[in-house]
Design a protein around this ligand. Structure first.
Ligand code: ADP
Ligand code: MG
Length: 256
């Protein structure tokens, strides 16, 4: 191959959409000369930086799209405080199997036990693994679906919650929903079930009580069946993390 005449590197990198290489190239050339890198090492470094930066940008974008109320990771979860769940048990939700095998989870427990934290942490891992996620509270979700139906836009809004590989529905059972709650939740759960896409649900109520929460025991059963066919119930007991000190005082007081 004959050598081409020199082209403008800046212009070429811009045209190829390689902004990171464009930004760091001169610095890397200087380092490569100083540290005697081979041509191959230099190229590898440049490509690795571009790939790493793209990956970070994608993750940041996916996190914004997911609309988490706060971002917490699995590394930030203190398993010595919350001993009712083991990192090992959660392992199967933290790898690509979550999406590949459509494993869902129902995280149960009283307030402050870390249900929302864990659901977000699992969804965030999925994002790191290359997938998209969406977070919504049950109240907001059912409210939106109800409004969408009235406006004749149910399918579009439903798609927003069916399309992402991972869906978190937070706080099912905290509020009393409208009488049509099950009618909206069922098609969403069913569509995701048919596409084998996992749902992570947090709740303070046992799935056996969801019939009352959703005003329809039969549909609630159908929802729970689909969620648990490939999913699992994770029970978080123990103390609340929100005010560990205050709770332990409470315990001491009630013990005396
Ligand atoms: P829940 O959804 O069960 O009511 P959250 O997940 O919102 O509880 O947890 C309440 C707060 O306590 C959050 O800021 C969360 O990050 C934190 N938290 C709960 N459990 C733990 C834990 N085991 N380790 C670290 N932080 C925790
Ligand atoms: Mg919560």
């Amino acid at each position: 191959m004959s050598r081409r005449p020199a082209a403008d590197l800046e212009v070429g990198l811009k045209r190829l959409h390689l902004p990171t290489i464009r930004r760091i190239a001169s610095e890397m050339f200087a380092r490569a000369e100083k540290e005697n890198w081979t041509y191959r090492e230099l190229l590898e470094q440049l490509v690795a930086e571009e790939v790493a930066h793209r990956c970070e940008t994608r993750i940041a974008r996916a996190v914004r799209k997911a609309r988490f109320p706060f971002l917490k990771t699995i590394e930030q979860f203190d398993f010595t405080f919350q001993t009712s769940v083991k990192l090992k048990t959660l392992g199967r939700f933290l790898g690509p199997e979550l999406v590949e095998e459509g494993r869902g989870a129902v995280l149960l427990g009283r307030p402050g036990r870390g249900k929302t934290h864990l659901a977000i942490a699992i969804a965030y891992r999925a994002i790191q693994n290359g997938y998209e996620a969406r977070f919504e509270t049950a109240a907001a979700l059912l409210g939106r679906l109800h409004k969408a139906q009235a406006a004749g836009q149910l399918d579009e809004v439903l798609a927003e919650y069916v399309d992402p590989e991972v869906l978190v529905i937070d706080e099912l059972g905290y509020l009393t929903y409208g009488p049509d709650a099950a009618n909206f939740l069922f098609p969403l759960v069913d569509q995701r079930y048919l596409k084998r896409r996992p749902i992570l649900i947090t709740s303070n109520k046992d799935p056996s009580d969801w019939g009352r929460v959703l005003h329809d025991p039969d549909l609630a059963d159908a929802i729970v069946d689909r969620l648990l066919e490939r999913g699992e119930v994770i029970r978080l007991s123990g103390k609340s993390y929100r005010q560990p000190a205050a709770e332990s005082v409470e315990h001491e007081l009630s013990a005396t």
